[in-house]
Design a protein around this ligand. Structure first.
Ligand SMILES: Cc1cc2nc3c(=O)[nH]c(=O)nc-3n(C[C@H](O)[C@H](O)[C@H](O)COP(=O)(O)OP(=O)(O)OC[C@H]3O[C@@H](n4cnc5c(N)ncnc54)[C@H](O)[C@@H]3O)c2cc1C
Length: 308
């Protein structure tokens, strides 16, 4: 297939920067739901300079961009994504241990790697995050959390690129309004380049034991054998989405290849080549039933890229 004008200009423009460009690249393999059509341009910058160059290109051309981390909280349309998808997972992967329990890492570092570094250094505070399959960028963007912990409790500062001026600035976590699955980045569109975490000295054996205990809980309660994007819905005020879905008799509710997990009602899983429309069908069916039974409007935690 021949390249679009946008693809050709990007190929010319980006040649001298450190990064990997692909065109009409399928996104399904890059996200945990295993659903999603192609990106017109998929670019993996290997450093901040290359990321900035790609953003500058997008601004000059007036084309849309999206940031992809490890794709574990995303439902992507089968129609794919026009414009530029910037994949930070394989680039921006520097990590460094600082003084006084600080660890700084690039947005593309996996939470798994950060947790392992904290354990190695005998630092406590990130045990809750062990088993969350995201990247640092995605975890900060989502204020990821589990088992009573959340990223904001250990986040010290974030380096971001502003989408309007493309200026890189530091933001202190204390100055940001971060709450349950809610961060300023969801509104301001800033791109997280790196983050600094502040942890406390701890007993490595106790840290390891906690991580293993929480991983055991995940394996026992979550349908990890199927593609999914984790909890589909946010926790509503005064209740738990999974309990409401279960009590609405929706475990096993299916549309095409998508299903409410029988093991954990909070997860929609892809059991059999589900399409974007299948998952959206399950989401809509669940929201309607829970609204009818409990008068509660469930909001999706999963980010949806596409018409819905
Ligand atoms: C089996 C399973 C279990 C899970 N368990 C949990 C859990 O216990 N707790 C929890 O909170 N989540 C959980 N999740 C969801 C998911 O792992 C987290 O939300 C994670 O933080 C998403 O990170 P990611 O890198 O995969 O982000 P992606 O899915 O790639 O992106 C999510 C959003 O973040 C944005 N984003 C990503 N990187 C950046 C960046 N550098 N700058 C700006 N925006 C960015 C994207 O544009 C997108 O809007 C689970 C998912 C799965 C599949």
């Amino acid at each position: 297939m021949s390249m679009t004008a946008l693809q050709s200009s990007f190929a010319d423009y980006i040649r001298t920067y450190a990064g990997d460009a692909q065109y009409d690249a399928p996104l399904a393999p890059l996200c945990s739901f295993k659903i999603g059509g192609p990106a017109e341009i998929l670019y993996t910058p290997k450093n901040e300079e290359a990321l900035l160059a790609a953003l500058r290109f997008a601004k000059e051309q007036g084309c849309a961009w999206k940031i992809l981390g490890n794709g574990t909280n995303l439902l992507i349309s089968d129609a794919g994504v026009r414009g530029l998808v910037l994949r930070l997972k394989e680039g921006l992967t520097d990590m460094a241990l600082g003084e006084n329990g600080k660890i700084s890492c690039g947005a593309g570092v996996s939470l798994k790697k950060l947790c392992a570094a904290a354990l190695d250094a005998g630092l406590t505070g990130l045990e809750f995050a062990y088993g969350i399959p995201g990247s640092i960028g995605g975890a900060v963007y989502m204020n990821a959390g589990a088992y009573g912990g959340e990223i904001k409790n250990v986040l010290k500062s974030v380096r971001v690129i502003r989408p309007d001026t493309l200026e890189a600035i530091e933001r202190r976590a204390d100055d940001m309004d971060i709450a349950y699955r809610s961060t300023p980045f969801m509104q301001n569109g800033e791109i997280i380049v790196s983050a600094v975490f502040a942890l406390a000295p701890g007993d490595p054996e106790a840290i390891r034991a906690k991580m293993n205990e929480l991983m055991g809980k995940r394996k026992a309660s979550q349908p990890l054998e199927y593609p999914s994007a984790g909890s589909t819905f946010k926790r509503p005020v005064g209740g738990y989405a999974a309990a409401m879905i279960d009590q609405s008799g929706l475990k096993g509710f299916r549309v095409g290849g998508a299903e409410v997990s029988k093991k954990h009602a909070g997860f929609v899983i892809n059991t059999d080549n589900a399409t974007f429309a299948d998952v959206m069908g399950v989401i809509k069916g669940v929201r309607a039933k829970v609204q009818e039974k409990f008068g509660v409007t469930l909001e999706t935690e999963v980010e949806i890229w596409g018409e819905h």
